[in-house]
Ligand binder design. Structure first.
Ligand SMILES: Cc1ncc(C[n+]2csc(CCOP(=O)(O)OP(=O)(O)O)c2C)c(N)n1
Length: 633
C-alpha cells in the first residue's frame, strides 16, 4: 500500500504535512482522493461528500497545527480525509466493517477525533464549547468547526452562531458549501447561499491572501482590536453585509474549496487571527469521480462498486420496508386528500421520493430540522390534515420534547413513521434506532406499533391513516420485508396483538411475546426448539403501546414462563412495560425474561453480525429460550 500512496503513507499526524511544499500538498490531495476511491469502492461508505473535502482538509491541516489545534467536523460523514491524515491509512480497508474503524469520528477511536458525531448540526456548538474551554483553562490552540450547507440550516447551528457572535469567540467556522444535502438542499437559507455566490464573484483567493498579507501589520497587531472589522474588507472589499457579519462573524469568501494553494495561503493567515471567523468555501460533491459529480445523491452513501464500470450492483433480495412504506403512502394519498408527508432532509432514505413527485403540494422536505418537522406536523394535524412525519428512529430523538409538548400533550393525530428502527448496521451507534420504544413509550396518549413484515407494515399504515384519536408511531427496520410467517392474519386493531401459535406438541413450556423485527427471529427459534421437543408459543405483539395484556396473560399463566423479545434497549422497552402491566393487573404464576439490547452502545457491523453477537438472531434466541426453559424445569 505504501508504494501506491507515496506521500500519504508517510503521514501519521497532520503536522507531518508541514514538511511538504505546496506542490507536494497537491500530490497528497491526489493520493487521498485515490485512497478514498480504492477503499470505499470495496468497503462501501460515504463517498461523494468525502471527495469534496479533500483539498479543504489538506490545506487546513497543513496550515494549522493539529495537535494542539482542534477541528470539529459536523456529522463526520465527510471526514475520511481527516481519518487518512491522522494515521488511519493502514486500517482504512476496515472502514465500517465489523470491528474495523468507524465511518464517523469517535473520541475513543483516535485522540485527534476531537468530537464524535453522526447526527448533523453539532459542530458549531461543540466548537464554541472547545473554544470557551480553551479560554477558561488558559490554552492557546485554534478551534475550527467544519459544517455543511445542509447541516448549517439546522436550528442548533443557528443557536450556536447566535451565541458565538455575541461572545465574539475566537474560533473559525468553515462552511463546506457543495449545494447539496443528501438530496439537493432545501430552504430559504439555501437560496441565500446561492445569492451570496452570485453577489460576490468567487474571490480570487490567491490575490486575496496576498493583499491580506501586504496590508497586515505584524502578528501582534493582527490580533489587536483595530483589525476587528478589517478582515472582511480585505477579502471582499466591494461588499459587506452578509447575515454572518451582521451576527458578529467575519465573513471570508466565497472561496474555491478545491484551489489548494490559495486555500492554504488563506488558512495560514487566518490562523493568526483571534476573531470569530466564518469561511465560506465552495466545493463540489463527488469531485474527481465523474458519475459522483453528476449524481451526488446516488453516490452519497455507496455499497461496494466497480471503479472502472462506475456502477453499483443493484441490490438483490426482498423488497425493503422503505419501499413498501413509500408505495403504501402514495396509495393512501390517492384515496385521501388529507394524507400528507414530511421528511427532514431524507426524501430518498425514507422512501418518500415517489410521494414528492406525485403529490408535491402535500409533501414537505424541511431540511435537517427534526424538531421543526415534529411541531410543523402538530400544526398540520391541528388544522385537520393527516401528517405522516417520516424520520429515521435515531433522528427523531431530536424531537423528543416536541413530541411530548406539541403532539402528545395536545393529543394531535400526527403519524410518526420511523424507518431504521433497531440496529442499522455499518453506520453504527450514532445511527442505531434502538431507543424509540423507550422514549416514546413513556409518553401518554401515543400508540406505538411495529410490523412483523411488509404486509403488516401496509396494514398498520392504513390503520394509522384512519386513526384520529391521538398520535401514533410505527417503527420498522432497515432492510428487507419478506412475508415469511403464517398467513392467517387478523385485522389490525388498536393495542391488539396477534397470536401466531405454538410450533411444537404438548403443553407449552414458554410464551414468547416478540415485537416487530424480532417476531420472525422468535418464530424461527421456536421452530428449532420444536425439533428438540420444546414447545413454545409465539405472540406477535404488534403494539408496544397500548399493551395487549388481555391476550398475553392467559398464555403466560398457562405456559408458566413469559419471554419478551425486542430490538430496543431493555430499559423502558416493550418487555419491561408488559411485565409491569401484567403484575399490576394481578397476573401471577409465571416466570419472566426480557430479551432486549443491553445497556451499552452497540458498535458497527452488519445487522446479522450484530444480532449474532448479541444472541438475538434465531439461533441465539433459541439458545436463550432453551436455557430459560431448562433452568425452570
Ligand atoms: C440530525 C440528522 N438528520 C439527518 C441526518 C442524515 N444526513 C446525513 S448527511 C446529511 C446531509 C448533510 O449535508 P451537508 O451538511 O450539506 O453535508 P454534505 O454531505 O453535503 O457534505 C443528512 C441529511 C443526520 N446525519 N443527522
Amino acid at each position: 500500500m505504501a508504494g501506491e500512496y507515496e506521500l500519504l503513507s508517510t503521514i501519521v499526524n497532520p503536522t507531518d504535512l508541514h514538511k511538504f511544499s505546496v506542490k507536494e500538498l497537491s500530490q497528497v490531495a491526489d493520493e487521498l482522493r485515490q485512497a478514498i476511491l480504492d477503499n470505499v469502492s470495496k468497503t462501501g461508505g460515504h463517498f461523494s461528500s468525502n471527495l469534496g473535502t479533500v483539498e479543504l482538509t489538506v490545506a487546513l491541516y497543513a496550515a494549522y497545527s493539529i495537535p494542539p489545534d482542534k477541528v470539529i467536523w459536523d456529522t463526520g460523514h465527510q471526514a475520511y480525509p481527516h481519518k487518512l491524515l491522522t494515521g488511519r491509512l493502514p486500517r482504512f480497508d476496515t472502514l465500517r466493517q465489523h470491528k474495523g474503524i468507524s465511518g464517523f469520528l469517535k473520541r475513543d477511536e483516535h485522540e485527534l477525533d476531537a468530537f464524535g458525531a453522526g447526527h448533523a448540526g453539532t459542530a458549531i456548538s461543540a466548537g464554541l464549547g472547545f473554544a470557551k474551554a480553551r479560554d477558561q483553562v488558559g490554552g492557546s490552540e485554534r478551534v475550527v468547526s467544519i459544517t455543511g450547507d445542509a447541516a448549517i440550516c439546522s436550528g442548533m447551528s443557528w443557536e450556536a452562531l447566535n451565541h458565538g457572535g455575541e461572545l465574539q469567540t475566537d474560533m473559525m467556522v468553515v462552511l463546506n458549501d457543495n449545494r447539496m444535502s443528501i438530496a439537493p438542499n432545501v430552504g430559504a437559507m439555501t437560496r441565500y447561499f446561492t445569492s451570496l455566490r452570485s453577489r460576490r464573484e468567487i474571490q480570487d483567493a490567491a490575490q486575496m491572501a496576498k493583499r491580506f498579507l501586504e496590508n497586515m501589520p505584524g502578528p501582534a497587531h493582527r490580533i489587536a482590536a483595530g483589525i476587528r472589522h478589517g478582515v472582511t474588507h480585505y477579502f471582499a472589499p466591494e461588499e459587506t453585509g452578509t447575515i454572518f457579519e451582521e451576527m458578529g462573524w467575519e465573513y471570508i469568501g466565497p472561496v474555491d474549496g478545491h484551489d489548494l494553494p490559495s486555500l492554504y495561503d488563506i488558512f495560514c493567515h487566518l490562523r493568526e487571527l483571534k476573531l470569530p471567523l466564518f469561511v465560506h468555501a465552495l466545493t463540489v460533491k463527488g469531485k474527481g469521480y465523474d458519475v459522483a459529480e453528476e449524481d451526488a445523491t446516488k453516490w452519497h452513501g455507496v455499497s461496494p462498486f466497480d471503479v472502472e464500470e462506475q456502477e453499483m450492483p443493484k441490490s438483490a433480495g426482498p423488497v425493503a420496508y422503505t419501499k413498501v412504506f413509500g408505495e403504501v403512502l402514495v396509495e393512501m394519498a390517492e384515496e385521501d386528500p388529507m394524507v400528507s408527508a414530511i421528511t427532514a432532509g431524507m426524501p430518498d432514505g425514507t422512501g418518500l421520493n415517489k410521494f414528492a413527485e406525485t403529490y408535491p403540494d402535500r409533501y414537505w422536505d424541511v431540511g435537517i430540522a427534526e424538531e421543526h418537522a415534529v411541531t410543523f406536523a402538530a400544526g398540520l394535524a391541528g388544522g385537520g390534515v393527516k401528517p405522516f412525519c417520516t424520520i429515521y428512529s435515531t433522528f427523531l430523538q431530536r424531537g423528543f420534547d416536541q413530541i411530548i409538548h406539541d403532539v402528545c400533550l395536545q393529543k394531535l393525530p400526527v403519524r410518526f413513521c420511523m424507518d431504521r428502527g433497531g440496529l442499522v448496521g455499518a453506520d453504527g451507534p450514532t445511527h442505531h434506532g434502538t431507543f424509540d420504544l423507550s422514549y416514546l413509550g413513556m409518553m401518554p396518549h401515543i400508540g406505538i406499533c411495529a410490523p412483523r413484515d411488509g404486509t403488516e407494515l401496509r396494514e398498520m399504515m392504513r390503520f394509522m391513516g384512519d386513526y384520529q384519536d391521538g398520535p401514533t408511531a410505527i417503527r420498522y427496520p432497515r432492510g428487507g420485508a419478506p412475508d415469511q410467517l403464517p398467513e392467517n392474519r387478523t385485522a389490525i386493531e388498536f393495542g391488539k396483538s396477534e397470536v401466531l401459535g405454538c410450533r411444537g406438541e404438548g403443553k407449552p413450556a414458554a410464551t414468547i411475546a416478540a415485537i416487530g423485527s424480532m417476531v420472525k427471529e422468535a418464530w424461527d427459534a421456536a421452530g428449532t426448539l420444536a425439533e428438540e421437543g420444546i414447545n413454545v408459543c409465539v405472540v406477535n405483539a404488534r403494539w408496544a403501546k397500548p399493551i395487549d395484556i388481555e391476550a398475553i396473560q392467559p398464555l403466560a399463566e398457562e405456559s408458566g414462563q413469559l419471554i419478551t423479545v425486542e430490538e430496543n434497549v431493555q430499559r423502558g422497552g416493550y418487555g419491561e412495560a408488559l411485565i409491569s402491566e401484567l403484575r399490576d393487573a394481578g397476573a401471577a404464576g409465571f416466570e419472566t425474561k426480557v430479551i432486549a439490547l443491553p445497556d451499552r452502545f452497540i458498535e458497527h457491523g452488519t445487522q446479522a453480525q450484530l444480532l449474532n453477537d448479541l444472541e438475538m438472531d434465531a439461533e441465539g434466541l433459541a439458545g436463550q429460550i432453551r436455557s430459560a426453559v431448562k433452568s425452570r424445569s
